[in-house]
Design a protein around this ligand. Structure first.
Ligand code: PMP
Length: 313
């Protein structure tokens, strides 16, 4: 991605130009994947000339949980994390959608695989970030030959950098085979999630989605969709195991994620899902979701944190 001349990072407890934020090659997180991260979207509202961070509080709450699981010390209050993030986004000054990547990591430069007796640090960078999947066209997916990592191996509820090798294997297999995205099963053969998205199906008046025990990352977009379905569409969501064949036969299927937003799955393993196009439930959710994340829906403004204190020229 091109680096804007105004790109900054928060690195080693200060704001620095992104180009100067460099880690040593012996950094533990690089050697062993011992880091946890978040992906937060900043959504550009052209009319207000403002970037709104979406559900930043919930992202940092999840980062804290991830830190606990891999024993990373995060010596910042919720308010500090939020204010560092908004300040960084404001310093960068992008007039477009951005992606904010906070990482808490094992920063010691030392060989030796473990989690204890190591230094920790925290950084954030921001990059411009447009659409990830084509929402209007929908995603053509395959069932991955890679299984989702089990909680007994690497806990998927923690957003651990090293775990993303699992997602990368699945995503590359899918794309090199001509699909847009992979859907992974868990070791029992139930649907788990996409390489970077949670999965929903529509069943009459309700939604169904896999539970956290299917080794999913418990998504913030997933929670957003569950809330919007209940409050705005009058649809409850059932969390239960989903079989692969239920996806083939579903009325509608869609994926949710910070990068993917709400993206319909229009085809799986060469079978059209539903009409083979975006379905009516997904369409309503997509519309609602975009209004909300760009700060246009007053009912949900508490989910949106503005970054620019002064209106951009
Ligand atoms: N699962 C995985 C593996 C992911 O990487 C993501 C993206 N963070 C999600 C699900 C969706 O989570 P969220 O809605 O919080 O972005």
């Amino acid at each position: 991605m091109p680096q804007a001349p105004t790109a900054y990072a928060y690195f080693q407890k200060q704001f620095v130009p992104l180009a100067e934020a460099k880690l040593g090659i012996m950094t533990h997180a690089f050697l062993y994947g011992t880091a946890v991260f978040e992906g937060i979207r900043g959504n550009w509202n052209d009319k207000e000339q403002q970037v709104f961070l979406f559900r930043v509080k919930e992202h940092y709450a999840r980062l804290r949980k991830s830190c606990r699981i891999v024993r990373i010390d995060l010596p910042y209050s919720d308010e500090e994390l939020q204010s560092i993030t908004t300040r960084l986004v404001e310093m960068c000054g992008y007039g477009e959608d951005v992606y904010v990547r906070p990482i808490a990591y094992k920063s010691s430069e030392v060989v030796g695989v473990r989690l204890h007796d190591l230094e920790d640090d925290f950084l954030i960078f921001v990059v411009p970030f447009g659409p990830y999947l084509d929402i209007d066209k929908g995603a053509r997916c395959c069932t991955s030959s890679w299984r989702r990592v089990e909680d007994t191996s690497i806990p998927a509820r923690a957003k651990i950098n090293g775990i993303y090798v699992n997602s990368a294997l699945a995503k590359t297999e899918a794309q090199l085979n001509g699909f847009d995205e992979a859907i992974m099963l868990d070791e029992r053969g139930h649907v788990s999630e996409g390489s970077g998205e949670n999965i929903f199906i529509v069943d009459g008046e309700r939604l169904i989605t896999p539970p956290p025990s299917s080794n999913i990352l418990v998504g913030i977009t997933r929670d957003t969709v569950i809330t919007l379905a209940r409050q705005e569409l009058g649809m409850e969501t059932v969390e239960r195991d989903i079989d692969r064949s239920e996806l083939y036969a579903a009325e509608e299927c869609f994926m949710t994620g910070t990068a993917a937003h709400v993206t319909p799955v229009v085809e799986l393993d060469h079978r059209p899902i539903g009409s083979g196009k975006m379905g009516p439930v997904a369409e309503r959710l997509v519309r609602l979701y975009f209004d909300i994340i760009t700060g246009r829906n007053p009912k949900y403004v508490s989910w949106c944190t503005p970054c620019y204190s002064k209106v951009k020229a």
